[in-house]
Write a new protein. Structure first.
Length: 405
């Protein structure tokens, strides 16, 4: 007897087959398939912040059946890891590219600043390289996401082997101070000093903001373009053109490095022009510190705290490098002491780092960018100064020591 399939059974099986095919197609909707990387330079110098340009090339394909089409390519936060994938640090910034459809090959280019503390951590572990790592995926199928991890390898080298790089900038006036009060039309210059490795061409510009903008959002204008070849590694000093002083008020001067890329912010000096004689009088040491104690270690959550001073418009934290030794002397400050014998008036030149806050606050945390200007293993003097309504320093604190590891 010949068997014949009933139409109803045939239709049900056909529907089931189509359903299975569609379900199978869902697994091929997309997601990133591969991610390749390239970086320049491929080296990070020990003892300083390094800047690396990383290209992430993301490949994949989104089918017409994808639940989300067009889709978005996304990345997770950036991580710095050791070769064994131990996490050394991270940055919260993510990468995204919307309106992606069909087969794609999308390149993300980003400039990554590797903190000196991360490089030092890898070096202390005995590693000769570290990884810059990200995870990528697309949003074509929210129910089935498999991120692809990619990494760029950066070799740890000595400063001399890393090519032309500026590791440090110091800025001060020609008398060694970083804040000045002068008479109208009194001559004044700024001096920038650079510590660098390798050799190459420095491109930068002196810029000035005048009293018309410095009491709001400063607007800088170019004073002089600088093109100078630095050779053989070491230090180099640049002197600014004569600075304006024909108008009363607050001025800001900076030297902005255009090339090579640096891992630090531009330093800014301020000076004030008045009609009366500008007497140089050391401010009284009347500002009382609360925390941290003398001789303690600096951590990301270390809070600098002081007591309020009458008539202050702002407060500024200054940190000065204490010595050039990577080791802590046995005779160093004792933890828990609240003062040192260091006179704050002997702190001259530009501080290593610091922070300015309005008079409405009497405590602060040092930002990650500010901490990047400090070198692991060194000790620093720190103080707080109070700035009056006319821009003069009306009070200062005693000096304490803090250690950065």
């Amino acid at each position: 007897m010949e068997y014949q399939m009933k139409p109803s059974n045939y239709i049900l099986k056909l529907i089931s087959l189509v359903g299975l095919l569609l379900c199978g197609a869902q697994w091929a909707y997309a997601n990133v398939t591969t991610v390749s990387t390239s970086s320049s330079p491929q080296q990070a110098a020990l003892g300083r912040t390094s800047t690396v340009v990383v290209n992430w090339s993301v490949q994949g394909s989104i089918t017409v059946y994808a639940p989300v089409n067009p889709a978005t390519i996304k990345s997770g936060p950036l991580q710095f890891t050791a070769p064994d994938l131990t996490v050394l640090g991270s940055q919260a910034k993510t990468l995204t590219k919307p309106n992606i459809t069909g087969s794609y090959n999308v390149t993300f280019t980003e400039t990554v600043t590797i903190p000196s503390s991360v490089i030092y951590s890898a070096y202390k572990r005995g590693d000769t390289a570290l990884l810059i790592q990200r995870r990528f995926w697309d949003t074509s199928d929210p129910g089935y996401t498999v991120p692809v991890t990619a990494a760029a390898t950066v070799t740890i080298t000595s400063s001399a082997a890393a090519g032309f790089n500026i590791s440090r900038q110091e800025l001060a006036f020609d008398n060694g101070s970083y804040t000045r009060r002068i008479l109208r039309d009194e001559p004044i210059h700024a001096v920038a000093q650079f510590k660098y490795s390798g050799s190459g061409l420095l491109r930068g510009v002196w810029e000035l903001a005048t009293p018309s903008t410095t009491y709001g959002e400063p607007v800088y204008r170019r004073l002089k373009n600088v093109r100078k070849f630095f050779g053989a590694g070491g230090t180099e000093t640049l002197r600014s053109p004569p600075l304006e002083s024909n108008q009363q008020g607050r001025y800001l001067i900076r030297f902005r490095v255009e090339e090579p890329a640096t891992g630090f912010d531009d330093l800014v000096l301020e000076y004030f022009v008045g009609q009366e004689m500008a007497h140089i009088i050391a401010p009284p040491i009347t500002l009382e510190l609360i925390a941290p104690n003398h001789g303690t270690f600096l951590h990301p959550k270390t809070t600098f705290h002081w007591r309020k001073i009458a008539n202050a418009k702002a407060y500024r934290l200054d940190l000065y490098k204490k010595n050039a030794s990577l080791e802590f002397p046995v005779e160093g400050a004792k933890v828990g002491e609240n003062k040192s014998a260091k006179n704050p008036n002997t702190l001259v030149g530009a501080p290593a780092t610091g922070k300015l806050v309005p008079a409405t606050t009497t405590q602060l945390l040092l930002s990650a960018i500010s901490r990047e200007r400090l070198q692991p293993g060194y000790r620093y003097w720190w103080r707080i100064i109070a700035i009056g309504t006319d821009g003069s320093v009306i009070s200062q604190s005693p000096v304490r020591e803090i250690r950065f590891q």
